[in-house]
Design a protein around this ligand. Structure first.
Ligand code: NAP
Length: 260
């Protein structure tokens, strides 16, 4: 039986939709007080209310753009005012627009790296004093299999951003180890989230066919991985990545998928 996280304070950037919402729900159901962030007030308010009504920990929201240092500072200050500190920071907010390398603009690259990499670093930086004060601080980054493990045409800037999170994770893990703050990452495969909604059914069918479990992941399955990394029982794990992908990165060849 794992030690309960009830009463701990958890921040989930991009917690208003998709994987972040799944992470926020899993922590709230476990009794943690959750503050989720996003830029769209309707999505953030609706999700915070929905999760708060589950009857677990208190769930509230702050509107904040992860790419803005000032917004991250305000997010950290607001969380401190509401809950007196923070124990877990889930740097999850991210975007995944596609662009072929030949057509990619400098602005496209800035947007993706500015949100996914710079955003995650700024968020963690803003919460550093609170994480250290917690005495059992946890940082959980939402990376991806795309970049660290695989490549997909159209997502070279995205893949670069998700692999860059690894470099950040490893160095931050070393810097923060003596303060008993762990820094780990979850690497989702293809997960059923709002961010996938614009992809065609044909594309999603082809993705499912490439996954040994023959289905997309569910957002709560990423949430449970994050909950484990946030647990007291994961206290000696730092600088590590947990792949949650139904086996997607495993087959050595298309033939390896034909056995079952
Ligand atoms: P999603 O459904 O589009 O949700 C993205 C969330 O991030 C929303 O809450 C969004 O809220 C927020 N967000 C985006 N840009 C932001 C910004 N600049 N500042 C603050 N919040 C921002 O996407 P998702 O699929 O759940 O993806 C979540 C994370 O998982 C991302 O880091 C993504 O790279 C990663 N991931 C997803 C998959 C997948 O299959 N879905 C696979 C691997 C990794 P607002 O739009 O209101 O700001």
């Amino acid at each position: 039986m794992f030690t309960s996280v009830a009463g701990r304070t958890v921040v989930v950037t991009g917690g208003s939709k998709g994987i972040g919402k799944g992470i926020a729900r899993v922590f709230a159901e476990a009794g943690a007080n959750v503050v989720l962030s996003g830029r769209d007030v309707v999505a953030a308010a609706t999700t915070a209310q929905e999760l708060d009504e589950l009857g677990g920990g208190a769930v509230s929201f702050v509107l904040a753009d992860v790419a803005s240092a000032a917004d991250n500072t305000r997010l950290a200050r607001t969380v401190a005012e509401r809950h007196g500190g923070v124990d877990v920071v889930c740097a999850n907010a991210g975007i995944s627009p596609s662009a072929p390398l030949a057509a990619m603009t400098a602005a496209d690259i800035d947007e993706v790296l500015g949100t996914n990499v710079k955003g995650a670093i700024l968020t963690v930086q803003a919460f550093l004093p609170a994480l250290v004060a917690s005495g059992r601080g946890r940082v959980i980054l939402t990376s991806s299999i795309t970049g660290p493990a695989t490549g997909v045409p159209g997502w070279s800037h995205y893949g670069a951003s998700k692999a860059a999170m690894f470099g950040f994770m490893r160095t931050a893990a070393v810097e923060l180890a003596r303060d008993r703050v762990t820094v780990n990452a979850v690497l989702p495969g293809n997960v059923r989230a709002e961010g996938l909604a614009e992809l065609s059914a044909d594309y999603l069918n082809s993705v499912e066919a490439a996954i040994p479990m023959r289905r997309l992941g569910e957002v709560d399955e990423i949430g449970h991985a994050a909950l484990f990394l946030a647990s007291d029982e994961a206290s000696y794990i730092t600088g590590q990545a947990l792949v949650v992908d139904g086996g997607q990165i495993l087959p050595e060849s298309p033939a390896a998928l034909q056995v079952s």
